[in-house]
Write a protein that binds this ligand. Structure first.
Ligand SMILES: Nc1ncnc2c1ncn2[C@@H]1O[C@H](COP(=O)(O)OP(=O)(O)OP(=O)(O)O)[C@@H](O)[C@H]1O
Ligand SMILES: [Mg+2]
Length: 330
């Protein structure tokens, strides 16, 4: 019997791998543990595959281990156990090759105050052994709205400009993989939009992006997949769309004509609650099920003589899902 050579060579796809994506990860983290000196365990058996070309958002509360994980992949911190392969290179055994593929925008801003914007970005490129390319540097400075400031000393930049400069530095050597650790902290709304536009552009050019953010709506907007880390454990990795639909809770807010102190006994149900001092009846339901139960609920309100003046529904956001996930741990 003829065998399809492609099929026989295809590695099994990792869990929750998007159907449309090939199975070879650009970053593969296996059984990663990190104990800091003093014994604190910041990462616990983390397994994670990142696919080439995706935008992956790593979410988690303060202290969850996001920066630790990123620092290890980028070779800034050492793992206690486990392996990380980045674009085919072991980050410990083959550090220089692995690192040359990666751009990192660190959470903490570290720059040389007296250097100019142009010089620092050009110097960063040189550090990775790349030949000078002023046209490329000009393009990234323009994309990041830093072109006007190219001759300014870094100390004269605002906080948001410094953060954008960190992005320019991280991109200076044309990395295939870009880590953005809280890139939009302290950046104003307008520039944040521009920044994400630029990140999308990078992705279109084949750059793989891993980001952390505390603005969950940014992850909802940008990410192809979401990972949630909590107390050093990666507790969820899922395609964003899948996550949103799986946990697609909806909420119907019924504004009452007359506030209620309590719900009639026969209406008491865990899906119903009185909020805003009895002025609003909140009904939670799953938008994925065949029947929402709204028609029945409204009929029953009518039977009880409960009148309402307005209705509106809203879909649960990634933020609700995130809060729920993180809450259930504590
Ligand atoms: N150098 C260090 N020595 C000891 N403990 C550390 C060190 N760096 C980080 N930690 C601890 O490891 C845990 C994870 O820290 P990490 O910076 O990775 O969190 P994070 O998820 O990035 O948080 P944030 O959202 O605040 O940036 C925290 O409890 C932190 O105190
Ligand atoms: Mg951090």
């Amino acid at each position: 019997m003829l065998q399809c050579p492609l099929e026989s060579n295809t590695a099994p796809k990792p869990l929750n791998w998007p159907e449309s994506m090939p199975s070879n990860p650009i970053i593969s983290v296996k059984n990663l543990n990190k104990r800091y000196a003093g014994g604190f365990q910041a990462l616990k058996s983390v397994d994670l595959d990142i696919h080439e070309g995706e935008i992956f958002a790593l979410l988690g509360p303060n202290g969850a281990g996001k920066t630790t994980l990123i620092s290890i992949i980028c070779g800034i911190a050492n793992p206690s156990d486990g392996t990380v392969i980045a674009d085919g290179h072991d980050i410990l055994k083959d550090y220089r090759s692995a690192r040359s593929k990666i751009g990192l925008v660190p959470q903490e801003l570290t720059t040389d105050a007296f250097e100019s914007v142009w010089a620092t970005v050009t110097f960063s490129r040189g550090l990775f052994g790349k030949p000078p390319n002023p046209d490329y540097i000009e393009k990234i400075l323009k994309d990041l709205s830093l072109w006007d400031k190219r001759d300014n000393k870094i100390m004269s930049l605002s906080g948001g400009m410094k953060r954008r400069l960190m992005i320019a530095k991280a991109l200076s050597h044309e990395p295939k993989i870009l880590f953005l650790d809280e890139p939009t902290a302290g950046v104003d709304v307008e520039l944040r939009k521009d920044m994400w536009e630029m990140v999308r552009g990078l992705r279109e050019n084949g750059v793989t992006i891993i980001l952390t953010t505390h603005y969950i709506e940014e992850a909802e907007d940008m990410a192809d997949r979401i990972g949630v880390i909590r107390q050093g454990e990666l507790i969820l990795v899922e395609e964003k769309n899948e996550l949103m639909s799986q946990l697609g809770q909806k909420q119907l807010n019924i504004q009452l004509q007359v506030p209620l102190d309590t719900l009639p006994k026969s209406l008491e149900d865990e899906s119903l609650s009185l909020e805003q001092e009895g002025n609003t009846l909140v009904y939670r339901y799953n938008s994925q099920t065949e029947s929402s139960g709204i028609a029945t609920l409204l009929r029953r309100l009518d039977e009880h003589g409960i009148e309402f003046k307005d209705l509106h529904s809203r879909e649960s956001s990634l933020e609700d899902i995130f809060i729920e996930l993180v809450k259930s741990s504590t």
